[in-house]
Design a protein around this ligand. Structure first.
Ligand code: AP5
Ligand code: MG
Length: 214
């Protein structure tokens, strides 16, 4: 099963994608997480990506497409994947379609997690991410057991550099301009589904499993 998660920054794509990956035993592929891991390891790709990410801008398509095509070659992708944060532009969606149609495959579901802009800034300012394993928490909606310590690996939790309110506003406007058109793109392909992302995380997940099936 090949699933794409769509939605504004902070809509809960990562939260839901992790649950989908566990439930359906497919890898969760987040381009944002891959870039953050590269930044942490100070790779050349990480240095390039950081200059865009810190400003709330998208990383250029060619960098993202090369990276994701390499990721698809890994054996864990043979039964599908859940993509979180890719595609984010029409050229990225076209690159994905071309790569899939070359091997006789296609995207099965594009799921839009719908959350209005008003809710997003609160969510982002309360988000904490683990420096070790990348797990995500929210200080009010999904707090860790011990303050600022990851439940899974015991490392520190931090506010992401791009979660400052002014950067979040920029990310939102970039989303509306460059990523939201993908909703229509996948509607035309007949694979677009929408879920209400403002309800409790478990209820969002229940709506998603109702779409994907058991
Ligand atoms: P990326 O890491 O993908 O960031 P994003 O799309 O901005 O999305 P977020 O990760 O911020 O939010 P999310 O939807 O995953 O929400 P989460 O589950 O964490 O990308 C970062 C940057 O990398 C981009 O800006 C760009 O520069 C670059 N990049 C990445 N991919 C790219 C691409 N393809 N092309 C070009 N550039 C690319 O949830 C948010 C918070 O809310 C959490 O604290 C969570 O606990 C909480 N929460 C979740 N669900 C609920 C709920 N139902 N109720 C209450 N709280 C909830
Ligand atoms: Mg995310």
């Amino acid at each position: 099963m090949k699933i794409i998660m769509l939605g504004a920054p902070g809509a809960g794509k990562g939260t839901q994608a992790k649950m989908i990956a566990d439930q359906y035993s497919i890898p969760h592929i987040s381009t944002g997480d891959i870039f953050r891991a590269n930044i942490k390891n100070n790779t050349e790709l990480g240095q390039k990506a950081k200059t865009y990410m810190d400003k709330g801008l998208l990383v250029p398509d060619e960098l993202v497409v090369d990276l994701i095509m390499d990721r698809f070659k890994e054996t864990d992708c043979k039964d599908g994947y859940v993509l979180d944060g890719f595609p984010r532009t029409i050229p990225q969606a076209e690159a994905l379609d071309n790569a899939l149609s070359a091997i006789g495959e296609k995207v099965d579901f594009a799921i839009n997690v719908e959350v209005p802009d008003e809710n997003i800034v609160t969510r982002m300012s309360g988000r904490r991410a683990c420096v070790g394993c990348g797990a995500t928490y929210h200080i009010a909606y999904n707090p860790p057991k011990a303050e600022n310590i990851c439940d899974r690996c015991g490392k520190d939790l931090v506010l992401r550099d791009d979660d400052k309110p002014e950067t979040v506003q920029k990310r939102l406007s970039v989303y509306h301009e460059q990523t939201q058109p993908l909703i229509q793109y996948y509607e035309k392909k007949g694979v677009m589904k929408e879920v209400d992302g403002t309800v409790d995380m478990k209820d969002v997940f229940a709506a998603i499993t109702a779409i994907l099936g058991e």
